[in-house]
Design a protein around this ligand. Structure first.
Ligand SMILES: Cc1ncc(COP(=O)(O)O)c(C=O)c1O
Length: 350
Protein backbone atom coordinates (compact mmCIF):
# COMPACT_ATOMS: atom_id res chain seq x y z
CA UNK A 1 0.00 0.00 0.00
CA UNK A 2 1.14 3.54 -0.74
CA UNK A 3 0.68 4.96 2.73
CA UNK A 4 -0.45 8.58 2.52
CA UNK A 5 -2.46 8.51 5.77
CA UNK A 6 -0.03 10.67 7.74
CA UNK A 7 3.59 11.79 7.99
CA UNK A 8 3.73 9.87 11.28
CA UNK A 9 3.99 6.49 9.51
CA UNK A 10 7.62 6.77 8.41
CA UNK A 11 10.24 4.10 9.12
CA UNK A 12 13.68 5.17 10.37
CA UNK A 13 16.09 5.25 7.42
CA UNK A 14 19.27 3.10 7.42
CA UNK A 15 21.32 6.25 8.18
CA UNK A 16 19.07 7.12 11.09
CA UNK A 17 19.30 3.58 12.42
CA UNK A 18 23.11 3.81 12.28
CA UNK A 19 23.00 7.09 14.20
CA UNK A 20 20.76 5.47 16.82
CA UNK A 21 23.07 2.46 17.13
CA UNK A 22 26.15 4.63 17.60
CA UNK A 23 24.66 7.18 20.00
CA UNK A 24 26.61 8.29 23.07
CA UNK A 25 24.18 8.04 25.98
CA UNK A 26 23.89 8.79 29.69
CA UNK A 27 21.24 9.20 32.38
CA UNK A 28 18.94 11.85 30.99
CA UNK A 29 17.16 12.49 34.31
CA UNK A 30 20.54 13.45 35.74
CA UNK A 31 21.14 15.63 32.65
CA UNK A 32 24.08 13.39 31.73
CA UNK A 33 23.01 12.31 28.25
CA UNK A 34 25.31 14.06 25.75
CA UNK A 35 23.10 13.34 22.75
CA UNK A 36 19.99 14.71 24.45
CA UNK A 37 22.02 17.78 25.44
CA UNK A 38 23.18 18.27 21.87
CA UNK A 39 19.65 17.94 20.48
CA UNK A 40 18.27 20.38 23.04
CA UNK A 41 20.99 22.94 22.29
CA UNK A 42 20.53 22.67 18.55
CA UNK A 43 16.76 22.99 18.68
CA UNK A 44 16.91 25.99 21.03
CA UNK A 45 19.26 27.74 18.58
CA UNK A 46 17.18 26.75 15.55
CA UNK A 47 14.03 28.19 17.14
CA UNK A 48 15.65 31.37 18.47
CA UNK A 49 14.98 30.40 22.08
CA UNK A 50 17.30 30.16 25.10
CA UNK A 51 16.69 26.51 25.95
CA UNK A 52 14.81 23.38 24.92
CA UNK A 53 13.66 20.19 26.61
CA UNK A 54 13.43 16.74 25.01
CA UNK A 55 10.14 14.94 25.71
CA UNK A 56 8.56 11.75 24.34
CA UNK A 57 5.67 13.35 22.41
CA UNK A 58 4.40 16.65 21.03
CA UNK A 59 1.27 16.21 23.13
CA UNK A 60 3.39 16.18 26.27
CA UNK A 61 5.30 19.26 25.10
CA UNK A 62 2.02 21.12 24.50
CA UNK A 63 0.56 20.05 27.83
CA UNK A 64 3.65 21.05 29.81
CA UNK A 65 3.62 24.44 28.07
CA UNK A 66 -0.02 25.10 28.92
CA UNK A 67 0.70 24.26 32.55
CA UNK A 68 3.66 26.64 32.65
CA UNK A 69 1.51 29.51 31.46
CA UNK A 70 -1.51 29.17 33.73
CA UNK A 71 -3.16 28.49 37.05
CA UNK A 72 -6.25 26.29 37.53
CA UNK A 73 -9.34 28.28 36.56
CA UNK A 74 -7.56 30.34 33.90
CA UNK A 75 -8.76 30.26 30.29
CA UNK A 76 -6.90 28.91 27.25
CA UNK A 77 -7.65 30.53 23.87
CA UNK A 78 -7.12 28.65 20.63
CA UNK A 79 -8.68 28.06 17.24
CA UNK A 80 -11.56 25.65 17.86
CA UNK A 81 -10.12 22.98 15.54
CA UNK A 82 -6.59 23.12 16.93
CA UNK A 83 -4.84 19.97 18.12
CA UNK A 84 -4.67 21.14 21.75
CA UNK A 85 -8.45 21.46 21.87
CA UNK A 86 -9.56 18.56 19.68
CA UNK A 87 -7.08 15.70 20.09
CA UNK A 88 -5.39 15.98 23.48
CA UNK A 89 -8.13 14.34 25.52
CA UNK A 90 -8.99 17.46 27.50
CA UNK A 91 -5.44 17.53 28.83
CA UNK A 92 -5.60 21.30 29.29
CA UNK A 93 -8.37 20.74 31.85
CA UNK A 94 -6.99 17.52 33.31
CA UNK A 95 -3.39 18.66 33.76
CA UNK A 96 -3.55 22.44 34.11
CA UNK A 97 -7.16 22.96 35.26
CA UNK A 98 -7.63 25.27 32.29
CA UNK A 99 -10.97 26.18 30.81
CA UNK A 100 -10.82 26.30 27.02
CA UNK A 101 -12.32 28.86 24.70
CA UNK A 102 -12.27 27.77 21.08
CA UNK A 103 -12.47 30.58 18.53
CA UNK A 104 -13.75 30.03 14.99
CA UNK A 105 -10.74 30.61 12.80
CA UNK A 106 -10.30 30.82 9.04
CA UNK A 107 -7.79 28.27 7.75
CA UNK A 108 -6.85 27.62 11.39
CA UNK A 109 -6.08 31.29 11.90
CA UNK A 110 -7.75 33.59 14.39
CA UNK A 111 -7.71 37.38 14.22
CA UNK A 112 -6.47 40.14 16.53
CA UNK A 113 -10.10 41.32 16.94
CA UNK A 114 -11.16 37.86 18.13
CA UNK A 115 -8.34 37.81 20.66
CA UNK A 116 -9.12 41.28 21.93
CA UNK A 117 -12.80 40.35 22.30
CA UNK A 118 -12.11 37.07 24.07
CA UNK A 119 -9.52 38.51 26.45
CA UNK A 120 -11.76 41.33 27.66
CA UNK A 121 -11.93 41.50 31.48
CA UNK A 122 -14.32 39.02 33.07
CA UNK A 123 -17.29 40.11 35.18
CA UNK A 124 -15.80 38.08 38.05
CA UNK A 125 -13.98 40.38 40.43
CA UNK A 126 -11.68 37.64 41.68
CA UNK A 127 -9.44 37.47 38.66
CA UNK A 128 -10.94 34.93 36.27
CA UNK A 129 -9.11 35.56 33.04
CA UNK A 130 -7.74 34.40 29.74
CA UNK A 131 -4.01 33.84 30.28
CA UNK A 132 -2.71 31.78 27.40
CA UNK A 133 -3.08 31.72 23.62
CA UNK A 134 -2.03 28.67 21.63
CA UNK A 135 -1.49 28.87 17.87
CA UNK A 136 -0.71 26.03 15.44
CA UNK A 137 1.63 26.26 12.42
CA UNK A 138 1.23 24.40 10.11
CA UNK A 139 -2.37 23.82 11.08
CA UNK A 140 -3.31 20.16 10.95
CA UNK A 141 -7.11 20.33 10.81
CA UNK A 142 -7.02 23.22 8.35
CA UNK A 143 -5.13 20.91 5.97
CA UNK A 144 -1.51 21.84 6.64
CA UNK A 145 -2.19 25.56 6.22
CA UNK A 146 0.60 28.03 6.95
CA UNK A 147 0.27 31.33 8.84
CA UNK A 148 1.37 34.27 6.65
CA UNK A 149 4.06 36.08 8.65
CA UNK A 150 2.16 39.39 8.73
CA UNK A 151 -0.99 37.74 10.14
CA UNK A 152 1.03 35.91 12.76
CA UNK A 153 2.85 39.08 13.72
CA UNK A 154 -0.45 40.95 14.16
CA UNK A 155 -1.87 38.23 16.41
CA UNK A 156 1.33 38.04 18.46
CA UNK A 157 1.33 41.82 18.92
CA UNK A 158 -2.30 41.79 20.09
CA UNK A 159 -1.69 38.90 22.48
CA UNK A 160 1.24 40.81 23.98
CA UNK A 161 -0.83 43.98 24.23
CA UNK A 162 -3.55 42.18 26.23
CA UNK A 163 -0.99 40.32 28.35
CA UNK A 164 -1.39 36.73 27.17
CA UNK A 165 1.31 34.06 27.31
CA UNK A 166 1.92 32.67 23.84
CA UNK A 167 2.44 29.03 22.93
CA UNK A 168 3.11 27.71 19.43
CA UNK A 169 2.09 24.15 18.68
CA UNK A 170 4.69 23.86 15.96
CA UNK A 171 4.55 20.09 15.61
CA UNK A 172 5.09 20.80 11.88
CA UNK A 173 6.77 24.20 12.23
CA UNK A 174 9.61 23.18 9.91
CA UNK A 175 7.02 22.54 7.20
CA UNK A 176 5.72 26.06 7.82
CA UNK A 177 9.22 27.56 7.62
CA UNK A 178 9.91 25.59 4.43
CA UNK A 179 6.69 26.79 2.85
CA UNK A 180 7.41 30.41 3.83
CA UNK A 181 11.07 30.16 2.78
CA UNK A 182 12.30 31.68 6.05
CA UNK A 183 14.45 30.40 8.94
CA UNK A 184 12.11 28.97 11.60
CA UNK A 185 13.30 31.46 14.23
CA UNK A 186 11.69 34.24 12.15
CA UNK A 187 8.40 33.29 13.78
CA UNK A 188 9.22 30.81 16.56
CA UNK A 189 11.30 33.37 18.49
CA UNK A 190 8.15 35.46 18.97
CA UNK A 191 6.53 32.87 21.29
CA UNK A 192 7.07 32.13 24.98
CA UNK A 193 7.10 28.40 24.30
CA UNK A 194 7.30 26.34 21.12
CA UNK A 195 6.64 22.66 20.46
CA UNK A 196 8.58 20.89 17.69
CA UNK A 197 7.73 17.26 16.86
CA UNK A 198 10.41 14.86 15.59
CA UNK A 199 8.12 12.02 14.52
CA UNK A 200 6.23 13.76 11.71
CA UNK A 201 7.99 15.24 8.67
CA UNK A 202 11.38 14.76 10.32
CA UNK A 203 10.93 11.00 10.20
CA UNK A 204 12.05 10.01 13.72
CA UNK A 205 10.43 7.13 15.58
CA UNK A 206 9.43 9.37 18.48
CA UNK A 207 10.29 12.51 20.40
CA UNK A 208 9.50 16.20 20.58
CA UNK A 209 11.00 19.32 22.06
CA UNK A 210 9.62 22.20 24.03
CA UNK A 211 11.64 25.40 23.63
CA UNK A 212 11.46 28.66 25.58
CA UNK A 213 13.36 30.90 27.96
CA UNK A 214 15.89 29.29 30.34
CA UNK A 215 13.57 30.03 33.22
CA UNK A 216 10.51 28.41 31.62
CA UNK A 217 12.45 25.37 30.47
CA UNK A 218 13.91 24.90 33.94
CA UNK A 219 10.33 24.76 35.25
CA UNK A 220 9.44 22.44 32.38
CA UNK A 221 12.02 19.88 33.60
CA UNK A 222 10.01 19.53 36.79
CA UNK A 223 6.72 19.18 34.89
CA UNK A 224 8.30 16.52 32.70
CA UNK A 225 9.06 14.45 35.81
CA UNK A 226 5.51 15.00 37.01
CA UNK A 227 4.18 13.71 33.67
CA UNK A 228 6.37 10.60 33.95
CA UNK A 229 8.31 11.76 30.91
CA UNK A 230 11.78 11.98 32.43
CA UNK A 231 13.84 9.24 30.78
CA UNK A 232 17.19 7.50 31.21
CA UNK A 233 19.43 6.67 28.20
CA UNK A 234 17.20 8.77 25.95
CA UNK A 235 20.12 9.64 23.67
CA UNK A 236 19.18 6.46 21.80
CA UNK A 237 16.16 8.32 20.43
CA UNK A 238 17.61 11.84 20.59
CA UNK A 239 20.26 10.59 18.12
CA UNK A 240 17.48 10.17 15.56
CA UNK A 241 16.53 13.81 16.15
CA UNK A 242 20.10 15.05 15.66
CA UNK A 243 20.34 12.98 12.48
CA UNK A 244 17.01 14.38 11.24
CA UNK A 245 18.16 17.98 11.78
CA UNK A 246 21.17 17.23 9.58
CA UNK A 247 19.43 15.19 6.88
CA UNK A 248 15.66 15.64 6.87
CA UNK A 249 14.97 19.36 7.02
CA UNK A 250 15.87 20.54 3.53
CA UNK A 251 14.06 17.59 1.99
CA UNK A 252 10.70 18.79 3.41
CA UNK A 253 10.50 20.90 0.24
CA UNK A 254 10.34 17.62 -1.71
CA UNK A 255 7.32 16.51 0.34
CA UNK A 256 5.63 19.81 -0.45
CA UNK A 257 6.41 19.56 -4.17
CA UNK A 258 5.03 16.00 -4.23
CA UNK A 259 1.84 17.07 -2.45
CA UNK A 260 1.35 19.80 -5.03
CA UNK A 261 2.00 17.45 -7.95
CA UNK A 262 -0.48 14.94 -6.54
CA UNK A 263 -3.06 17.67 -5.95
CA UNK A 264 -2.71 18.95 -9.52
CA UNK A 265 -2.99 15.47 -11.01
CA UNK A 266 -6.07 14.68 -8.92
CA UNK A 267 -7.66 18.00 -9.88
CA UNK A 268 -7.02 17.19 -13.54
CA UNK A 269 -8.71 13.86 -12.93
CA UNK A 270 -11.82 15.68 -11.72
CA UNK A 271 -11.53 15.49 -7.95
CA UNK A 272 -12.65 18.35 -5.70
CA UNK A 273 -9.43 19.88 -4.39
CA UNK A 274 -8.82 23.52 -3.65
CA UNK A 275 -5.26 23.94 -4.93
CA UNK A 276 -4.80 27.20 -3.04
CA UNK A 277 -5.10 25.24 0.17
CA UNK A 278 -2.14 22.98 -0.65
CA UNK A 279 0.62 24.89 1.12
CA UNK A 280 2.66 22.10 2.71
CA UNK A 281 2.50 18.29 2.67
CA UNK A 282 -1.29 17.80 2.94
CA UNK A 283 -3.82 17.33 0.13
CA UNK A 284 -7.48 17.50 1.18
CA UNK A 285 -10.06 15.84 -1.10
CA UNK A 286 -13.78 16.41 -0.71
CA UNK A 287 -15.62 13.20 -1.65
CA UNK A 288 -19.13 14.71 -1.29
CA UNK A 289 -19.37 15.75 -5.00
CA UNK A 290 -18.79 12.07 -5.86
CA UNK A 291 -21.79 11.08 -3.74
CA UNK A 292 -19.48 9.03 -1.55
CA UNK A 293 -19.48 8.43 2.15
CA UNK A 294 -16.07 9.17 3.67
CA UNK A 295 -15.48 5.82 5.34
CA UNK A 296 -16.59 3.93 2.22
CA UNK A 297 -14.19 6.07 0.20
CA UNK A 298 -11.30 5.27 2.54
CA UNK A 299 -12.09 1.56 2.38
CA UNK A 300 -12.23 1.40 -1.41
CA UNK A 301 -9.04 3.44 -1.67
CA UNK A 302 -7.28 1.06 0.65
CA UNK A 303 -8.47 -1.89 -1.40
CA UNK A 304 -7.11 -0.10 -4.47
CA UNK A 305 -3.70 0.07 -2.76
CA UNK A 306 -3.50 3.59 -1.37
CA UNK A 307 -4.01 4.67 2.23
CA UNK A 308 -5.65 8.04 2.90
CA UNK A 309 -7.17 9.19 6.19
CA UNK A 310 -10.18 10.98 7.62
CA UNK A 311 -10.17 14.64 8.62
CA UNK A 312 -12.28 16.65 11.03
CA UNK A 313 -14.52 17.57 8.08
CA UNK A 314 -17.13 14.85 7.54
CA UNK A 315 -16.74 14.57 3.75
CA UNK A 316 -13.03 15.35 3.39
CA UNK A 317 -10.19 12.81 3.23
CA UNK A 318 -6.52 13.67 3.13
CA UNK A 319 -3.29 12.47 1.57
CA UNK A 320 -0.07 13.38 3.39
CA UNK A 321 3.36 13.15 1.78
CA UNK A 322 6.45 12.18 3.78
CA UNK A 323 9.92 10.67 3.84
CA UNK A 324 8.81 7.24 2.59
CA UNK A 325 6.87 8.57 -0.43
CA UNK A 326 8.74 8.73 -3.75
CA UNK A 327 7.96 10.40 -7.07
CA UNK A 328 6.92 6.99 -8.40
CA UNK A 329 4.50 6.59 -5.47
CA UNK A 330 2.94 9.93 -6.43
CA UNK A 331 2.54 8.82 -10.08
CA UNK A 332 0.92 5.60 -8.93
CA UNK A 333 -1.30 7.31 -6.33
CA UNK A 334 -2.44 9.78 -9.01
CA UNK A 335 -3.77 6.76 -10.94
CA UNK A 336 -5.06 4.71 -8.02
CA UNK A 337 -6.98 7.43 -6.16
CA UNK A 338 -9.32 8.46 -9.01
CA UNK A 339 -9.78 4.83 -9.99
CA UNK A 340 -10.49 3.84 -6.37
CA UNK A 341 -13.04 6.64 -6.13
CA UNK A 342 -14.76 5.49 -9.31
CA UNK A 343 -13.45 8.16 -11.71
CA UNK A 344 -12.38 6.84 -15.11
CA UNK A 345 -9.34 7.77 -17.23
CA UNK A 346 -7.17 9.80 -14.87
CA UNK A 347 -4.59 12.16 -16.35
CA UNK A 348 -1.00 11.17 -15.57
CA UNK A 349 0.77 13.14 -12.84
CA UNK A 350 2.55 16.18 -14.22
C1 LIG B 1 -0.47 19.98 15.27
C2 LIG B 1 -0.17 18.81 16.13
N1 LIG B 1 0.23 19.01 17.40
C3 LIG B 1 0.52 18.01 18.23
C4 LIG B 1 0.43 16.70 17.80
C5 LIG B 1 0.72 15.60 18.78
O1 LIG B 1 1.75 14.78 18.42
P1 LIG B 1 1.98 13.38 19.18
O2 LIG B 1 0.90 12.46 18.70
O3 LIG B 1 3.33 12.96 18.77
O4 LIG B 1 1.87 13.64 20.62
C6 LIG B 1 0.01 16.42 16.49
C7 LIG B 1 -0.10 15.03 16.02
O5 LIG B 1 -0.62 14.74 14.98
C8 LIG B 1 -0.29 17.50 15.64
O6 LIG B 1 -0.71 17.31 14.38
Amino acid sequence: MIDLRSDTVTQPTPGMRRAIAGAAVGDEQKREDPTVDELQRRVATLLGQQAALFVPTATMANQIALKLHSRPGDVLLADETSHVLVYEYGGAAAHAGLMSLGLTGVNGRISPEQIRGAAAPSTKIADQRVTVLSLENTHNNAGGRVWPLADLEAVVATAREVGLALHLDGARLLNAATSLGVPPATFTSRFDTVTLCLSKGLGCPLGALLAGSSELIERAWREKHLFGGAMRQAGIVAAAGVYALDHHVERLADDHARARRLAEALTDAGLAIDLERVESNFVQIDVAPLGLDRSAALTTLREAGVGLSATIHPTVVRAVTHLDITDEDIDRAAELIPRGLGIAAPVAAR
